[in-house]
Design a protein around this ligand. Structure first.
Ligand code: ADP
Ligand code: MG
Length: 250
């Protein structure tokens, strides 16, 4: 579903991604770990067309990100095509950026109706089902300000799912939450993984990564230092840098 080969990205003189190699198979969960500033968010943003890759090859579901291939020629995608491809990718950020003036239900049905042109009665039914799936059936009429951070984040997940993505990206989805609210969000993500969603999750929740990830990837300074099954990377890492990082977050 995601394939990166030598993906590079710089901002001015700062080399942020120095050749990322990474593969996420369909239906699998990849947890990305690493110190702040190592390029994790930038990499997710590249997958989601929010940043342009400078060099290397990045594909999502076989399609080259940002380009259309015609014979041996590459054509940069037009904005409309980028927007269409981005619809297939759901993204959940650290800060649940819900629309404050819309209820939970309206937040979830907004994109299907406005972007995908869904019938609004059908979109409402789908949104109700999604809110039920994230445990918030009884909060459909609440505005974000009336919800806890954890509830808002679950609405954000439902909103991303409403576009029926084939890939979900999570960028530290629980980092901004009070500790007692983290569990419910992780539970929703655990269920999503069990339902077969392909997921790339940036997280410092080592226990979650150990339990749910098919692959754990440790990034530092713009490179993948080490990757493999979580029971190996997280419990018995080969690289000193991975060990040092884990000893700090555990
Ligand atoms: P992480 O998510 O692992 O903490 P980021 O991908 O957010 O790391 O950032 C990696 C580095 O790139 C940091 O040094 C950050 O300051 C820099 N960076 C990220 N986005 C930009 C940008 N738009 N312009 C300039 N520098 C950026
Ligand atoms: Mg980040």
């Amino acid at each position: 579903m995601v394939h990166a080969e030598g993906v590079r990205k710089h901002f001015g003189r700062l080399d942020v991604l120095k050749g990322i190699d990474l593969t996420v198979e369909r239906g699998q969960v990849c947890c990305l770990l690493g110190p702040s500033g190592s390029g994790k968010s930038t990499f997710l943003r590249c997958i989601n067309h929010l940043e342009k890759v400078d060099a290397g090859r990045l594909t999502v579901d076989g399609d080259l990100v940002g380009y259309r291939q015609q014979g041996s020629k590459l054509h940069e995608l037009r904005e409309r095509e980028v927007a269409r491809r981005r619809r297939d990718i759901g993204m959940v950020f650290q800060r649940f950026n819900l629309f404050p003036h819309m209820t939970a239900l309206q937040n979830v049905m907004d994109a299907p109706v406005k972007v995908a042109g869904a019938d609004s009665a059908q979109a409402r039914l789908d949104a109700e089902r999604l809110l039920d799936r994230v445990g918030l059936a009884d909060r459909a009429g609440h505005y974000p300000a009336q919800l806890s951070g954890g509830q808002q984040q679950r609405v954000a997940i439902a909103r991303a799912l409403a576009m029926k993505p084939k890939l979900m990206l999570f960028d530290e989805p629980t980092s901004a939450l009070d500790p007692e609210l983290v569990g419910d969000v992780l539970q929703v993500m655990r269920q999503l993984a069990a339902d077969g969603m392909t997921m790339v999750v940036v997280t410092h929740e080592i226990a979650f990564a150990r339990e749910v990830a098919d692959t754990a990837v440790f990034m530092d300074e713009g490179v993948v230092v080490e990757s493999g099954p979580p029971r190996q990377v997280l419990a018995d890492p080969e690289q000193e840098r991975t060990r040092t990082f884990l000893s700090k977050v555990l």
